[in-house]
Design a protein around this ligand. Structure first.
Ligand code: PRP
Length: 206
């Protein structure tokens, strides 16, 4: 059996659709259930529906042979696994954003940056030699500059509508993000007979 970690929500649905196109019996992912382990009818696959940030952990430990998750999560979690494919869906950008007036102040020392991508932000600013203060939040990041909690945010921008609705703009596009196929290092060897053809089919699709 092949085990697959999927990020709960829209990403899981898109991932399952792609897996189906590649011959995987992934219909069970679309079922309306609170079950967290979903076995395919043919008994060949089991899907784990987990929080996006937990997908790399399940794959690193080999509980899941493969997983599908955003590049933003992979960068932030930085786990020991193989990134196999850019699946080219769920595209967005990791950006620095804030009020337009902040554009001139981006290199200020002690800029307060609100983000849920604490590790990624820390690495980014360290690589630039900029001394900033990171304010860790878990959601509604755009509220931070609006309320004065932070000067800018470092966050995902997809349609841009959340920024716009709150009077904020992109100040700097930093990383292109999309869904990625990841694999456990051992599984890739021990289950190569199934995984390698599947990965090739996925590569051909994207
Ligand atoms: C994400 C992200 C932004 C928003 C961007 O938040 O943190 O807030 O989506 O999307 P947009 O550019 O299409 O408006 P999410 O909806 O995941 O919720 P959260 O605020 O709870 O993190």
């Amino acid at each position: 059996m092949i085990t697959v970690a999927l990020a709960k929500g829209r990403l899981a649905q898109e991932s399952a659709a792609l897996l189906k196109e590649c011959g995987v019996d992934a219909d069970v992912v679309f079922s309306d259930t609170r079950k967290l382990v979903l076995e395919s009818e043919d008994g060949q696959y089991a899907f784990f529906l987990v929080k996006p940030s937990d997908v790399p952990t399940y794959v690193e430990y080999g509980i899941a042979d493969i997983g599908i998750v955003g590049k933003d999560t992979l960068m932030e979690e930085d786990k020991d696994l193989y990134e196999m494919l850019d699946l080219k869906f769920e595209k967005c950008k990791l950006c620095v954003a804030g009020y337009p007036a902040m554009k001139k102040q981006l290199t200020n020392s002690h800029l307060r940056v609100a983000t849920k991508y604490v590790n990624t932000a820390r690495k980014l600013y360290a690589s630039r030699g900029e001394d900033i203060e990171i304010i860790a939040l878990h959601g509604s990041i755009e509220l931070a500059p609006v309320t004065g909690l932070a000067d800018v945010i470092f966050d995902i921008v997809q349609t841009g509508s959340t920024l716009k609705a709150n009077g904020l703009v992109v100040l700097e596009e930093v990383y292109d993000i999309s869904a990625r196929l990841v694999a456990n290092k051992v599984s890739l060897k021990t289950k190569a007979d199934v995984l390698l053809p599947l990965i090739e089919k996925m590569r051909a699709r994207v």
